[in-house]
Design a protein around this ligand. Sequence first.
Ligand SMILES: C[S@@+](CC[C@H](N)C(=O)[O-])C[C@H]1O[C@@H](n2cnc3c(N)ncnc32)[C@H](O)[C@@H]1O
Length: 279
Amino acid sequence: MSAVYEMPGNRNLDEIGYYDYAATMGIPYFHWGGLSASDRIAELLAINNNTRVLVVGCGTGYSACRIAKNTGCHLIGVDISAEMIKGAQKRATEWGLEDHVEFREGNAYKLDFHDAEFDVLMTEFVSVFLERPRVFREFVRVLRPDGKLGVNELFLADEIPAEVRPKIERALEGFEQAVGLPINIPTMSEWKTYFAEAGLGSISQEIVDYKYRIRETKNTMGGTWRLLRIIGRVTWDMASNGDFRRRMTPIGRLSGVLVRNRETRGYAGAVICVGTKPA
Ligand SMILES: C[S@@+](CC[C@H](N)C(=O)[O-])C[C@H]1O[C@@H](n2cnc3c(N)ncnc32)[C@H](O)[C@@H]1O
């Protein structure tokens, strides 16, 4: 599939948040595990052409459109960022999905839907930014009885050595400032507790296989040439604006700490957690 965005023109780098910047650049998705994780969550949620799906924090809609295209489900995606929704709507049109996919601005804490409207609700790298007890109550409200909540979200290990914890915490603080959203990463057992406290049953958890796939990045971003242009543009923006560079640098630091750094990696990952609303 082609990338959705035109290369951005002049933007105000002093003000733009990380995710909106990334959206204007055409970054297709931000969650751990890439497309295979989206395919897996769709499978675990048993999404098919009769399923009414709500994707909360859909971003630029890549995985939402992929799930809708692969399964034929009826899908609505909401995101608090107008920039993200603009990109997602454009993508749905480009992929010819307008008859069963819709994207609109919306806030996870106050979903503009009736009780029990959806069979499935999912988030990918969104619920870590939200107050779980409050937002899960809202998620469960819009699910029908027997409907499923599924999340693909980061978790931290239960036991983190005392010398490693501050390094992870520092990386998370920097990340939080860069994206402008408070991040709070639960452990696997805490995720389970959030699900149980929201009244969900039959809770399952599966660790997401993290493998970076350069071919996937290239394909989802519109090919090698376009990827190189984006890398060039980001390099230029970072070099030409010191404040922007300082704000954005912690983004790379967090993935270094979680994935590459030998001392700190292995204490975090992503989990797909699924639970069912009682019938
Ligand atoms: C890390 S991005 C993930 C986007 C997408 N799920 C993906 O996997 O690429 C987090 C997204 O959550 C959205 N978001 C943050 N707070 C939100 C809220 N209260 N309600 C709806 N969306 C929210 C952000 O605008 C952003 O698009």
